[in-house]
Design a binder for this molecule. Structure first.
Ligand SMILES: [Zn+2]
Ligand SMILES: [Zn+2]
Length: 253
């Protein structure tokens, strides 16, 4: 087996004899990035005796013991499962219980949420805000299952009046983001939203193909793309529902 070192500093020591230096980050760092998590967050969840090993880990398929934030028993799972799956099995069962189902589908503000502020997302928010009234006080939706160990998901943009979430996907600088594991994770997130009455419109830019039921495939984010997103909302929820949110002059019919 060839020893490799990754750009993130994980793997074998670069410069050692026989070590192949790769210019990309390790698979675990890549998945952390794609799921908008940090390694520190992951280290806070693993059983303490395994922390040192996880700090150096490069494989998403490696199994560790994890602690539940709500104090349930530790559970074994791969890094991939922890980052993209339901997390603690007991929490997953509770999430499907009656008290949780009552709150399912409710949009709310999670003030502790790490905010992504890519320029494209800001532009999308601005272009969308020119067309329909956006609710700025919410960033999360309560779901009826667990996703990444939590009973909530955080789409890019939420329109609670329509129960529609808008996601912006592009391959990013790595050219690999939003492919493979990320697609599986995105689809699971969409499914969790659909289960509680939401629909997801995905803008798929920069060569990404359709994903999910409502995709707007484009080269880059333009006003015409955002018009298409609004047209998609009309197909999902009907003109009346969308017209009620239209800002400024009514759209020409
Ligand atoms: Zn790494
Ligand atoms: Zn739990």
């Amino acid at each position: 087996m060839v020893a490799v070192s990754f750009r993130c500093g994980h793997g074998a020591s670069a410069g050692d004899d026989g070590v192949v230096a790769l210019r990309r980050v390790c698979p675990l760092c890549m998945l952390l990035d794609e799921t908008h998590r940090s390694r520190a967050e992951l280290l806070g969840r693993v059983a303490p005796p395994q922390r040192a090993a996880l700090a150096r880990e490069t494989r998403v398929g490696a199994t560790y013991d994890w602690r539940c934030a709500r104090g349930h028993d530790r559970y074994a799972a791969t890094v991939r499962e922890v980052l993209t799956g339901p997390g603690c099995p007991k929490c997953a069962v509770n999430a499907a219980g009656p008290s949780s189902v009552r709150e399912a589908g409710v949009a709310f503000m999670n003030p502790g949420l790490r905010v992504r502020t890519s320029q494209t997302e800001q532009r999308l928010r601005m272009l969308l805000g020119e067309r329909i009234r956006l609710h700025h006080g919410v960033n999360a939706v309560r779901i009826a299952r667990t996703f990444f160990g939590r009973q909530e998901v955080w789409p890019d943009i939420l329109i609670p009046q329509l129960r529609i979430a808008v996601e912006y996907d592009d391959p990013g600088r790595s050219r690999r983001a939003h492919k493979g594991l990320k697609e599986a994770s995105d689809l699971e997130k969409d499914e969790a939203l659909r289960e509680v009455g939401w629909e997801v419109v995905r803008i798929r830019a920069g060569g990404l193909g359709e994903l999910g039921q409502h995709s707007v495939v484009c080269n880059a984010l333009t006003p015409a793309v955002v018009d298409e997103v609004v047209a998609c909302m009309r197909r999902i929820r009907g003109d009346d529902a969308v017209d009620a949110l239209v800002t400024g002059r009514p759209a020409a019919s």
